[in-house]
Ligand binder design. Structure first.
Ligand SMILES: NC(=O)c1ccc[n+]([C@@H]2O[C@H](COP(=O)([O-])OP(=O)(O)OC[C@H]3O[C@@H](n4cnc5c(N)ncnc54)[C@H](O)[C@@H]3O)[C@@H](O)[C@H]2O)c1
Ligand SMILES: O=C(O)[C@H](O)[C@H](O)COP(=O)(O)O
Length: 379
């Protein structure tokens, strides 16, 4: 069996080599000719899988994407051809939440505000939106949720209206790319909506670039009328509108979900889905493959103030590293993809145990370190 696996899928050879010959490929330039003899095709978000890519292939049985988003896959076409499919829902939701958390801590420090005085509107309350909700409420931050499809589906949580979103101090976007229909998300934040926001507000996009009209944003930014921006995703990646960069406070090349834990989880979820598709029992897990994190324990001997909690989070992940690297590399040839391909190791907070005394832990109310993601060991 020939299994074509994107070269940026960690442990792809280890997991998928168990089924047959693994052929790795660069995701952006995959051609129909190159995959014409694939039995299994495993991609990331940068490969469009459609009738054009699979036109020369008569054997393909299964397509998988090690990502949450599926907007690069023509699911109707796969169904028509009876090709099995799996994505990796939720694989990197914690990584995205930790990206948002780090970004807000950086902005609170830079602009000298207290996050617990702010209201965060989470647009899209699925896997990533809910993970963002969990970490922020773990810090004691007030959040509201906006998600009309979930309201229509009977989700019992409390949801707000779009007007409430526009009035929030901070807006964080977590919707899929949907190009048509009642719940269309492309240019959900177009000129008219963006023009209603003020420079006092913060707008974070860590879902898909097309959810914000980047040209409208640039026009408003040039007129000093844009909100404070955190952009991980952009229209037309990797050929993004670089004129936007000076107006973006934290800018990164679509790496919010790039903790190694999240990326490996994506591969492992595909492995499990493929085992199920082929009727085989899984024999390998990421635990057997992944290295121990370089920091696995931190001992805290003082009362946990919010400043100390911020330092703990930033020891593990500080988005300023990625923002600096991006600004340094973005104008090089293939700068956007180069940084994604060579992304420095980043672990999730759950790989770290915080040792602290019962007395010091009680001091952190209303901060809940476990909800934020750390393991806690009370001495
Ligand atoms: N930057 C990154 O690295 C990164 C990582 C993971 C996911 N993503 C993107 O984030 C998206 C969301 O991921 P998820 O795991 O939360 O997906 P999900 O499917 O679990 O949740 C998406 C939610 O958005 C809601 N939604 C859909 N249309 C909406 C609309 N018009 N208005 C408000 N809500 C709407 C859905 O009802 C759903 O609850 C993915 O589709 C992917 O594109 C980006
Ligand atoms: O949808 C997702 O899971 C994310 O956008 C994912 O992190 C994108 O990473 P890529 O597949 O482009 O490497």
């Amino acid at each position: 069996m020939k299994i074509y696996v994107d070269e940026n899928m960690p442990y792809g050879k280890e997991f998928f080599g168990l089924f047959g010959e693994v052929i790795s490929f660069a995701g952006r330039d995959l051609s129909a000719e190159a995959v014409k003899d694939a039995d299994i095709l495993l991609v990331r978000s940068i490969t469009n899988v459609n009738s054009r890519l699979l036109a020369l292939n008569e054997n393909i049985k299964f397509v998988g994407t090690a990502t949450i988003g599926t907007d690069h896959i023509d699911l109707d076409y796969l169904k028509q051809r009876n090709i099995g499919f799996s994505s990796s829902p939720g694989c990197n939701k914690v990584s995205v939440a930790e990206y948002v958390l780090s970004s807000l801590l950086v902005l609170a420090e830079k602009q000298q505000f207290n996050l617990t005085d702010k209201c965060v509107a989470i647009v899209g309350a699925g896997n990533t939106g809910s993970a963002v909700h969990k970490v922020l409420t773990g810090l004691g931050v007030n959040c509201i949720l906006y998600d009309p499809p979930l309201v229509a589906a009977g989700d019992q949580r409390t949801f707000c209206e779009f007007n409430d979103v526009l009035e929030s101090d901070i807006i964080s976007l977590h919707v899929p790319k949907v190009t048509s229909g009642e719940y269309k998300t492309t240019h959900l934040f177009g000129h008219e909506v963006l023009a209603q926001l003020s420079s006092e507000q913060i707008l974070i996009n860590a879902c898909r670039g097309e959810v914000i009209d980047n040209q409208a944003l640039l026009t408003l930014a040039k007129a000093n009328k844009a909100p404070c921006l955190v952009l991980d995703v952009w229209e037309n990646e990797p050929n993004i509108e670089t004129q936007l960069l000076p107006y973006v406070t934290l800018a990164t090349p679509h790496i919010a979900g790039y903790s190694i834990d999240g990326r490996v989880r994506g591969t492992e979820m595909l492995y499990q889905a493929l085992c199920q598709f082929l009727g085989e029992e899984p024999v390998l897990s990421s635990r057997q493959l992944m290295a121990k994190p370089s920091i696995s324990e931190i001992t805290v001997d003082a009362p946990l103030t919010s400043d100390l909690v911020k330092s703990l989070i930033h020891v593990i992940y500080d988005v300023r590293r990625d923002d600096a690297l991006f600004r340094e590399k973005v104008n090089n040839a293939n700068g956007f993809d180069h940084m994604r391909k060579n992304y420095p190791e980043r672990r999730e907070l759950s790989t770290v145990t915080i040792n602290l005394s019962d007395k010091n832990y009680k001091m952190v109310n209303p901060i809940n370190l476990s909800k934020i993601g750390f393991n806690i060991h009370i001495k």
